[in-house]
Structure formats: C-alpha cells, structure tokens
Design a protein around this ligand. Structure first.
Ligand SMILES: NC(=O)CC[C@H](N)C(=O)O
Length: 312
C-alpha cells in the first residue's frame, strides 16, 4: 500500500522505527488507578498495529497482547445503537465536543441530562441504555458484535476489571442517576451501568482493534467480512464525532497535530481511522492528564506525519 508523503516508504519498517523511537524515550504519564484493577497493567508494554483495507495487518511491539479497551468500547456501542435506533438517537445525545474531562458531571446538569456527545461517559451510558432497551441480552450482543468485527473469538471480558469498575463506579452511577432524573434513561440504572462496565472491561489487542474498525475507513463496509456495518452516511457521522470528541478535552490538539478521527481509552489504547486506507491501533498504559496514552499519542502522531495521513 502506498501513501501520499513517500510512496516508497515501507509500512512495516515505519512501524518498527516509530515503535523503537517511542520505547527509547523515558516513560511519561501514569497508569490509570482510579479503577484499581487497571493499575496492574505493565507500564512498559507498547505496541502498534496498522490494518489496511486489503486485509493485511502490520505490527510492531506488543500488538497481539490483549488490554482493557475501556472507552474505545464507546465506538462499538455507538455503532450498535445507530444500527438499532436510527436518527432518534440524536434527540437523546448530542454531537458537540464537551471541552470537559470524560467523566465530568457539571455540564450534564446545565444541559438537562442530554450528554454533549456519545464519547464522554454520560453519552456512552446513554447509548448503553438504548442497547439494554433493544436487546434481550445487550452484553452478549455487544461481545458477539466485537468478535465478528475483529474476526476473533478470543475477545472477552476481564472479570477482575469488571468487578473493580463496578465497585468503583460511583461517578458513573451519578451520571446515570442524573440522566434518569431528567427522564433521559429508560432502563433501570443498575442494568445500564452493568452493560457500560461490561463493555469497558472487554480486552482486545491492537491487531484485533485495528481489524475490527476497518469498516469506518471503508464507508461502513467491513472489507474482510463483507458486512455492511453502517451506511456510508453513518460511517461519516461516527468519524466526524471521533474527530471532534474522540480524544476528550485533547481532541482539538489531536486534530491540530494529527488530523485523524480517533478514540482513546484509559487502558492506554488509541485507535485512529485513516479513511480510504485502514486503521491504526496503538497501546501503552501510561496516560497524560487528559486520560490519553502518552506513547500511543507520540506513535500515532509520528506515523501520521511520516505518511502524510491527515484528513484535513
Ligand atoms: N476514558 C475511559 O476510558 C473511561 C472508561 C472507564 N471505564 C470509566 O468509565 O471511567
């Protein structure tokens, strides 16, 4: 596959270089510990994968080790909800950047229980509510969806992380109850939170993540399975919101520096969509103050700059 900046550049070589550069730097940031089970992640793990539309996956480092996908699960949840709900979804959740930390509560009260977008916690909990309402077993539906997209039966939930999220989920519970008080949550709060914590606790590798999201780089059609996951219009919409809100209150800076639709999670993963080409997934557990992986950011920034991948 060839890219704009340097048609002769080899992708596997570029990934190896970028990975080496990243691990040579001193580790910056801190592994998430507000969910205690996440604190056990090994800070020196670091991997990157680039899945291309022709079905190849190039990797460097720990790209096949599963890690906690955390907020990256919000992308799968949203797509599943868009498949079921149609445009009605957008009456209950917005599409504007929040400019606030991912678990902020203040804005939600000012805005009458309508979350700014589906990629902050309140928005993802709202999306979880629609999944609980639409599926007899929303957790099983979520897992089957992810496994099918990744082409891997091995994607599974980590029970320890799930128990830890549930035990330390007061802030997410507060968001859910606040939305319930405004009449914007249909199902029981406990059930909605159980789904949300479940999807956050799923583990996948960089390789599986990059493969699973290929449909977003291909106007909604998964190039390997041939499944039409979304319409081209919905793929456009998901990418648009990822561009403005996928990296939380660092989304503007990420657009400025990189220019790709992307989503991060506090497990240290970041996925970036390269429309028409493929998907990058990077992983390294230490996070900056916005909750984004420091090495993940530097690897994706470097790769995008070397290959000229910006959508802008
Ligand atoms: N940014 C994240 O990855 C947050 C997900 C985490 N499970 C939470 O709800 O706090």
């Amino acid at each position: 596959m060839q890219f704009l900046a340097d048609a002769d550049l080899s992708l596997p070589q570029a990934l190896r270089d970028i990975h080496r550069l990243a691990v040579e730097q001193p580790i910056e940031g801190k592994v998430a510990d507000y969910i205690p089970a996440l604190a056990t992640a090994d800070a020196i793990r670091c991997g990157i994968a680039f899945a291309t539309l022709d079905g190849e996956v190039h990797t460097a480092g720990d790209a096949e080790l599963p890690f906690s996908i955390q907020s990256i699960s919000k992308v799968f949840g949203l797509v599943l909800a868009m498949q079921r709900m149609g445009d009605g979804l957008w009456r209950r959740v917005g599409m504007e950047p929040s400019g606030q930390p991912f678990n902020s509560i203040v804005q939600l009260e000012w805005e009458h229980g309508i979350p700014r977008n589906p990629f902050i916690n309140a928005g993802a909990i709202l999306v979880a509510d629609t999944l609980v309402a639409h599926f007899s077993s929303s957790r099983q539906a979520f897992l089957s969806f992810v496994r099918r997209l990744a082409g891997s039966e091995y994607c599974d939930v980590n029970d320890e992380v799930l128990a830890s999220e549930t035990r330390h989920g007061s802030r997410n519970a507060a968001l859910a109850y606040l939305m319930k008080s405004f009449g914007n949550l249909e199902a029981e709060v406990d059930e909605v939170l159980a789904h949300y914590f479940f999807q956050c606790s799923v583990e996948m590798s960089c390789k599986e993540l990059a493969t699973s999201l290929l449909f977003l780089a291909n106007q909604g059609m998964h190039p390997i399975t041939g499944e039409k996951v979304t319409s081209p219009r919905d793929a456009h919409r998901v990418n648009a919101i990822l561009s403005t809100s996928g990296m939380y209150d660092q989304s503007g800076q990420f657009a400025f520096a990189v220019g790709l639709p992307a989503k991060s999670g506090v497990g240290g993963g970041i996925v970036a969509i390269v429309p028409g080409h493929g998907v990058i997934a990077a992983w390294s557990p230490p996070l900056n103050r916005h909750g984004n992986s420091t090495r993940g950011l530097s690897m994706i920034t470097e790769l995008a700059s070397r290959l000229g991948l910006s959508i802008f």
